[in-house]
Each structure stands twice: as C-alpha cells, then as structure tokens.
Design a protein around this ligand. Structure first.
Ligand code: UT7
Length: 336
C-alpha cells in the first residue's frame, strides 16, 4: 500500500437469496440428469432461483440494506455505490443506480457496475480500497448480485445445473483506528481464454451493413476447460498470495472461496492444509451464485456461527474473463 494511505474498515455485510428452492431432483423434469450425477461432480443439492419479479436488483437491494444496517452507517453516509454483476436484469441503468434509488442513497453520489463475473466482489473491494486509501471517498457500498437463472439455457444440462441466484453486500469505510481490514488484495485477468465462459448479447447489425454472426443470449460455458484452468491456477495462487503477505496458511482462520464446484474448493483447501472447520462452503444449498457467492458465504457463515468474528479470512474467486483474485481480510465483531 502507498505511504499515508487511509486504512479501510469492513463495517457490515449482508446477503439475500430468493425463497424458491429448485432441487437436483426437480431438474430431472427438464432433462436427463440425476441428483447423484450433479452432487458427486459439484457438491450441489439445490439452488435458489428468482421467481416472478424478483431479480438481481431486488436481491441486491435487500442484501445492501442489511449490510448498511449492520455497518451503523446511514444512507447519507454512503458516497459511492459499486455493484459487481455478470447476470443483471438489464445492462443499464446500472444495478448500482437502481439500488441507490431503492435505498434512498443521496442522488448525486456516483454509482456504477463492474463485470468481473465471479471475481466481482474482490474486484469491487480492490477498487473501493483505492478510493478510500487516497482519501477521495470515505464510505462505499459494495453489492454483488446475479440472477443467473434468467440467462441460462435450461436445455443445457452441463451449465444450468451449476448456477443459482443470490446477492451479497459489504459496506466499507475509512478506518478510524488505524487498523486496515484488508491485509492483502490482488486481482488478475487473462482475456486470451475469454471464450471459456461467456454471455453474448443477442443483437443484429443495421440491415444496411454486412450481418454479424448471431448468438443466442445464454450463458455458454466450457465447464471442463474452466475446471482444468482453475484447478491448475487457483491453489498455487492463493498459497502465493498468503506468502507474499508475509503470512503462513496457519495464520489465517478461514478460507471463504467462490462456490463454483466443491472439488475446486477442496483443491484449495488441500493446498493450504486446512481442516473442514476452516473452510466455508454453502454450495450444497445455493449452487454457484457468481459474483454473490463470496459475500453470501461470508455473511451466512458468520450468521450461522461457522465463522467466528475477530478473525481473519482468505477470500478467493475466479470466473468469466477469465478473472481471478484474492484478499486476506479481518472480520471484526459487529459486521453481521
Ligand atoms: O463460476 C463459474 C466457473 N465455472 C466453473 O467452475 C465450472 C467448472 N466445471 C465444472 O464444474 C464441470 O465441468 C461441470 C460440473 C459443469 C460439468 O462436469 P464435467 O465432468 O466437466 O462434464 P462434461 O460437461 O464434460 O460432460 C461429461 C459427460 C457428458 O457425457 P458423455 O459425452 O461423456 O457421454 C455429458 O453429456 O456428462 C454428461 N453430462 C451430464 N450427465 C448427466 C453433462 N451434464 C450432465 C448432467 N447430467 N447434468
């Protein structure tokens, strides 16, 4: 960090999931699959899906409201909203602007979305850190929310079994006691393998010009190649990040990873030599909620008592881009 940088406090976290549960057995009504196939390959038993007019904005607003309440800050204290989303209900206005209006955050603060897929929360945290460290902004609301289920091809049994919908939110603010809750943070991307997971926007060129190649507007994923890439890169990456922070794996209390596939989580767990008690997983009940997955695991983990506060955690995520990133954070009392 730059000298004289203002440290950051994680002040509050929150999450929201739709109430509608769709189990693996339910999916057998859509295509030829089985609970055994899905669970053994992914660790997923069920997922929550938006229904009716629920969407990433309504989920994000609920998660953000909870995080704000826990933070002890008021809507007037928020001077920026950043939303990480890769499966939004609309491309613009930004979800961040919708949530700003929904919560009554002052109408002139900047609000914008970023797309870093499932690494989105780490990217947003990194951006917020820069703004807070420089003194440019003091308190920032981060929201990570996705309604994947609306953008999946429900005939594609390889991708659609994996995803669920949900939202997580984190309020960060300038730390007043000199303690920085971000011990270390790092973000990466490799666009040369961008085709591994994509969500094309359906669209047609003007009829006066040569037509473009058309793509249906569905999430497309080469699951096998994503799996191979992540299993090769992520465990070493997380271990290196801890070393570069001058720490050892045993210095950190919890691993809170992106919930994409239980086998990938276990590969990171093994690399770090962590017992199950140190690893936060909720993929069994929510599937892969993309950007929401890390803050959802964090907030729910604390709420359910799996994560004790006054602790440290290593967060890590990866997703379309391909992007990946990690952060070592302090989780103080009172954030949930
Ligand atoms: O945050 C986003 C990041 N994304 C990921 O982390 C995804 C990582 N990848 C994965 O988790 C796995 O690739 C999946 C779980 C998505 C898929 O598992 P896989 O072992 O890679 O399956 P596959 O797509 O290569 O398919 C293997 C076989 C095929 O049959 P054949 O051709 O070998 O006869 C598929 O047709 O499994 C079949 N299959 C299924 N069978 C039953 C694919 N999907 C299903 C299904 N039920 N749902």
């Amino acid at each position: 960090m730059i000298n004289n940088a203002i440290p950051l406090r994680i002040a509050g976290v929150g999450y929201s999931v739709p109430s509608t549960v769709v189990t693996n057995d339910d999916l057998t009504k859509l295509y030829d699959t089985s609970d055994e196939w899905i669970y053994s390959r992914t660790g997923i038993k069920e997922r929550r899906l938006v229904s009716g007019n629920e969407n990433a904005v309504t989920l994000g607003a609920e998660a953000a409201g909870k995080a704000l309440e826990k933070s002890g800050l008021k809507v007037e204290d928020i001077d920026m909203v950043i939303c990480a989303s890769s499966a939004p209900p609309e491309l613009y206005p930004a979800i961040a602007c919708r949530i700003q209006a929904h919560l009554g955050i002052p109408n002139d603060v900047p609000a914008f979305d970023i797309t870093a897929a499932c690494s989105g929360l780490i990217y947003a945290l990194s951006i917020a850190r820069g703004f807070i460290a420089s003194g440019m902004y003091k308190s920032i609301l981060l929201v990570a929310t996705d309604n994947n289920s609306r953008l999946l091809n429900w005939e594609d049994r390889s991708a659609s079994i994996l995803f669920g919908d949900g939202a997580g939110a984190v309020v960060v603010t300038a730390s007043e006691d000199g303690v920085d809750d971000i011990i270390s943070i790092d973000i990466r991307a490799n666009g040369s393998i961008g085709d591994l997971i994509r969500l094309p926007l359906a669209g047609k060129n003007c009829p006066l010009v040569e037509p473009n190649d058309e793509h249906p507007q569905f999430i497309e994923m080469n699951g096998k190649e994503v799996y191979k890439f992540v299993a090769r890169v992520l465990p070493h990456y997380v271990e290196d990040m801890i070393t570069k922070a001058g720490m050892k794996a045993e210095d950190i209390d919890y691993l809170i990873p992106h919930q994409a596939n239980l086998r990938i989580i276990q590969a990171v767990q093994e690399r770090l030599g962590y017992s199950d008690e140190k690893v936060v997983t909720n993929i069994k009940y929510y599937g892969n909620t993309s950007a929401a997955s890390i803050p959802l695991a964090m907030a729910e983990g604390v709420e359910k008592g799996k994560v004790k506060l006054g602790s440290t955690a290593v967060l890590c995520g990866f997703g379309a881009g391909m992007t990946w990133g990690g952060a070592i954070v302090r989780l103080r009392e009172g954030i949930v």
